[in-house]
Design a protein around this ligand. Structure first.
Ligand SMILES: [Zn+2]
Length: 325
């Protein structure tokens, strides 16, 4: 099994370089011309678990405001591919939510796709030994109609995406509410991953796999509370895309030393290491791997196992997963 460094879970729309975000914010009058990159970084990047959700949402809003033209999205995507490459990653799955990206700017969803795609292609041209693809996110907190519209958009452009995701706050937006929309994607043999078990318990993960047919789970932290679910995930080889620093900063785990990744890995469940949102968490792949090694005590062999799991579960190359019913 190949253990080339592969990242499956990185949000294209919240991964911008601090310097690029500052420049765009200044051009739009959203940030003072006198702000330095260092002071902007200090303001932007979360370094402690969040205490106030409002201020975090404010950070997301800034990304939404500046991603307002296809050429801006293109440059952002190019830089994400370049950053991944420089981090040692050779296969990257990058995801974005069209409803989130276009919500404040009024950019057309198709223009967002064109912009991101063009930037990724430019990145791959510069780094020909790199592979990258896009996953389309449906934002669960925007309600059923928005999710349905996103699934239809995904299906219209299915040849340009490698998979479909459901993201956003699990609280009040259970996976079962989106069964009908995800059935449409299933009928077209789409690769599916679902954010689950980050804010809520194991039931949320059960719903993602049993009702939405997820082939992979974003995070899946709370699976360790349910031995039956652990056995199921190991038996079906459903990969958990874990994001250590992100999980800690949003309080899905009490500390990095108490992260369940080693327990999940040693239970035979495929698990991999990811960055999630480098734009607000200030993380990169080498740093996350180092946390797994030094703070969680993973051996070198176990780190390579995580890379191999990411490889085996990757939607790039897009062979349709075997566990489709
Ligand atoms: Zn995520």
């Amino acid at each position: 099994m190949s253990n080339i460094q592969t990242e499956l879970h990185r949000h294209l729309d919240v991964s911008m370089r601090v310097s690029s975000l500052l420049k765009l914010a200044q051009e739009r009058g959203l940030e003072s011309q006198s702000t330095s990159v260092d002071s902007f970084r200090e303001k932007l990047i979360l370094t402690q678990p969040l205490s106030d959700l409002g201020s975090v949402l404010g950070k997301f809003t800034l990304f939404q405001k500046v991603l307002d033209r296809p050429d801006v999205l293109s440059q952002a995507a190019f830089e994400v591919v370049e950053d991944c490459y420089l981090e040692g990653t050779r296969q990257a799955e990058l995801r974005f939510s069209p409803s989130f990206v276009c919500q404040l700017s009024g950019l057309a969803w198709d223009d967002a796709l064109d912009g991101f795609e063009e930037g990724i292609q430019r990145g791959l041209k510069k780094y020909p030994d790199m592979k990258a693809g896009m996953i389309c996110i449906a934002s669960r907190d925007l309600g059923y109609d928005s999710v349905h519209e996103t699934v239809e958009y995904f299906l219209r452009h299915q040849d340009r995406f490698i998979g479909l995701d459901l993201a956003g706050d699990e609280n009040g937006h259970p996976a079962r509410d989106y069964e009908k929309a995800f059935k449409l994607a299933h009928a077209r043999n789409a690769n599916i991953t679902v954010h689950a078990g980050e804010a809520l318990g194991p039931d949320s993960i059960w719903e993602a796999v049993e009702i939405l047919g997820a082939h992979r789970i974003g995070h899946g932290i709370t699976c360790v509370q349910d031995p039956e679910l652990m056995r199921y995930l190991a038996e079906k080889q459903i990969c958990l895309e874990m994001c250590p620093t992100s999980n800690w900063l949003i309080k899905a785990v009490p500390s990095l030393a108490h992260h369940p990744l080693p327990e999940v890995l040693r239970a035979g469940i495929p698990v991999c290491i990811n960055t999630d949102d480098p734009g607000i968490f200030g993380v990169d792949m080498p740093g996350e791997i180092e946390i797994c090694r030094r703070v969680m005590g993973l051996t070198e062999e176990e780190i390579l196992q995580c890379h191999a799991h990411a490889n085996a579960a990757s939607f790039l190359g897009s062979t349709i997963p075997a566990n489709i019913d």
